[in-house]
Write a protein that binds this ligand. Structure first.
Ligand code: DON
Length: 303
């Protein structure tokens, strides 16, 4: 397989879609991003890394961080997190409050904001510094020691974070947070603000294609845990569009409102695509189209 030729073909096929959709505006610091950007990277389990377009330009990883926080908690703390968060698709937007009261403060899954706040709370209890733990992990897995937080994005989200604060306080009222709400929010906003390129993210997500093996060959997750994270990404990683994402792409995937999507082909490679224009459900328009085209021409979907 000539990976470079495949990515170049994908980029050419989706070029007309780049710039479609809306950049995220509810975090003001993200609204300034150029919607005309597009990049895609592929990191294969044999070590090959290729990319095209803006694949080495850093962007805000946002909700893609939720896949990494879940991995860190499962790796170090086993399955006990599932007492505090479910693993069913929500069918609701990523920042929705409606299910939480019906379900007694237990979020549907770890990838909607409420669930990610619970996972960050656990990581904070385990490490004393959840966001720095994640940054260190991402630096090691991507092989890029330069990765950093974007303080302006974190500050912007803190200032406009009423919805997340509401979710956190609501869960605290059910006893589903161990740390103070401001601490949990702070670490969640900082983890979302980490800046990475498609290349960095494809490499950092490599352990999900390697059945749980970290970049240095050590075992981060058991094969079973890696399988399970991929399963939750498939069913919940793109929120209320997870059904459509499975239909079009057919891979485990995790999106973020920065316009990035990480997708995994277990045993083969991890992909990351970035284009900031989002659809109404918060997923990159050109990014989903690119992954759709990729799995169509390669036949590499799980279906
Ligand atoms: O909490 C938020 O709203 C953002 N930090 C992350 C949301 C996000 O990326 C949802 N993804 N599509």
């Amino acid at each position: 397989m000539d990976y470079q030729a495949v990515l170049d073909e994908v980029a050419a096929a989706v070029a007309p879609q780049v710039g479609r959709g809306q950049v995220a505006r509810y975090i003001p610091a993200l609204a300034a991003v150029d919607p005309g950007r597009f990049g895609i990277a592929l990191a294969a389990v044999d070590g090959t890394v290729v990319g095209t377009g803006d694949w080495e330009v850093p962007f805000s990883i946002q909700s893609i961080s939720k896949a990494f926080s879940l991995a860190l908690v499962l790796a170090q703390d086993g399955e006990s997190i599932w007492r505090r968060v479910g693993r069913e698709p929500s069918g609701n937007p990523f920042n929705s409050l409606v299910q939480l009261e019906h379900e007694n403060g237990i979020p549907r899954n770890p990838f909607i904001n409420a669930g990610a706040l619970v996972v960050t709370d656990r990581l904070q209890s385990m490490t004393g510094d959840a966001s720095t733990t994640m940054l260190d992990f991402l630096r090691a897995e991507s092989g890029n020691p330069e990765l950093s937080f974007d303080a302006a994005v974190a500050a912007s989200e803190t200032e406009h974070g009423d919805r997340n604060a509401a979710l956190a306080h609501f869960m605290a009222s059910y006893g589903n947070l161990d740390n103070p709400v401001p601490t949990v929010l702070e670490h969640y906003f900082w983890q979302c603000s980490i800046e990475m390129s498609c290349r960095d993210l494809a490499l950092a997500g490599g352990f999900l294609a390697r059945h749980g093996l970290a970049a240095d060959g050590s075992r981060l997750l058991s094969r079973r845990e890696a399988k399970r994270i991929n399963a939750v990404m498939l069913t919940c990683g793109t929120y209320d569009a997870a059904g459509d994402f499975a239909y079009r792409v057919g891979l485990p995937g995790k999106s973020g409102v920065g316009g990035g999507i990480v997708a995994v082909i277990p045993g083969r490679c991890t992909l990351c695509v970035w284009s900031p224009g989002l659809d109404a459900r918060g997923n990159s328009v050109a990014g989903v189209a690119a992954l759709d085209h990729f799995t169509t021409i390669t036949g590499w979907s799980v279906f």
